[in-house]
Design a protein around this ligand. Structure first.
Ligand code: SF4
Length: 287
């Protein structure tokens, strides 16, 4: 793992062996997964990516990544890179080359600069995953900037950091509703091996089990600082329930789906095959 091959050698995935009939939801084709880079130059507290993918950003040559995307028989993709927000020039080159493809895609974070957001929107950015780690104006404004560019945001929210009290978690949920996140996903801090979190909690004797089957990110496997493990577990359930109380997850997802259909109708990339499937799933009135 320390001797990684040249990223330029990575070729396109063998999608011809995929039975697409198995990958649709209520008749709607699922997104195709594709990656344009590997590794991450950051080393965030709970994250094992720097161990698994390497602590250096290894972008694929833009022409190779875009050629793979162009060859995908699906208008919608998930760019699964850990974080695209690592090299502004490469990011701009990638998005610029993607514009003619008229694909629509979701991804992990992209850089929060006007020029990059603008190019991302032109390149078909549909929605991004964004970690929401506090209730600051920085986060509020960042989410607003995505929205101003027509890009949706699914917040990924990690509960149970040492700074998190019960009051803080409740305040955070209200904040997420206030900034109108399109979707939110709540996990509890999980000290995966080779992370800073694991090292620290292990040293402090706060890890409650080393049964990796329990490390599913929705079970509390360590002693939180400001509450009992049971209380944190209950707060995670409460977070899901409260965030989706007024508008269920299915409805929020449906809104995002309608958003991508709108973009496709606008730029003419909507495929008749998809139209039939969408009508079948959501009724002819939709279109
Ligand atoms: S959380 Fe994201 S930015 Fe941080 S190390 Fe992991 S992949 Fe990189």
């Amino acid at each position: 793992m320390d001797n990684r091959p040249d990223i330029g050698l990575v070729g396109p995935a063998r999608r011809d062996i995929l039975d697409r009939k198995l990958y649709n939801y209520k008749g709607v084709q699922m997104v195709d997964l594709v990656h344009a880079s590997r590794g991450c130059r950051f080393n965030c507290y709970p994250c094992a990516v720097s161990y698994l993918g390497g602590r250096d950003f290894r972008p694929r040559p833009v022409d190779k990544a875009v050629a793979e995307m162009a060859g995908i028989d699906n208008n919608r993709m998930f760019i699964v890179d850990n974080s695209l927000a690592q090299d502004s020039q490469w990011e701009k080159d990638l998005f610029r080359e993607m514009i003619p493809l008229k694909k629509k895609w979701c991804s992990h974070p992209i850089e929060d600069k006007p020029e990059i957001l603008d190019l991302a929107a032109q390149a078909g950015a549909w929605y991004v995953y964004q970690a929401v780690f506090d209730t600051s104006d920085y986060i509020r404004e960042r989410v607003k900037r995505y929205h101003d560019h027509g890009i949706g945001v699914e917040g990924t929210i990690l509960l149970g950091l040492d700074s998190h009290s019960e009051e803080y978690i409740l305040e955070l949920i209200d904040f997420l509703l206030d900034i109108e996140l399109d979707l939110a996903e709540f996990t509890v801090l999980t000290p995966f091996p080779h992370t800073k979190a694991y090292k620290e909690l292990e040293q402090q004797g706060r890890i409650l089990t080393h049964d990796w089957n329990e490390y599913s990110a929705d079970k509390v496997v360590y002693q939180p600082k400001q509450m009992s493990p049971d209380r944190l577990q209950a707060l995670q359930d409460l977070a899901w329930n409260r965030f989706y109380e007024d508008e269920p997850q299915e409805m929020k997802m449906f809104k995002l789906f309608r958003q991508v259909l709108g973009k496709e109708m606008e730029d003419g990339s909507f495929k008749p095959r998809n139209r039939a499937l969408a009508n079948q799933a959501f009724g002819k009135d939709l279109l």
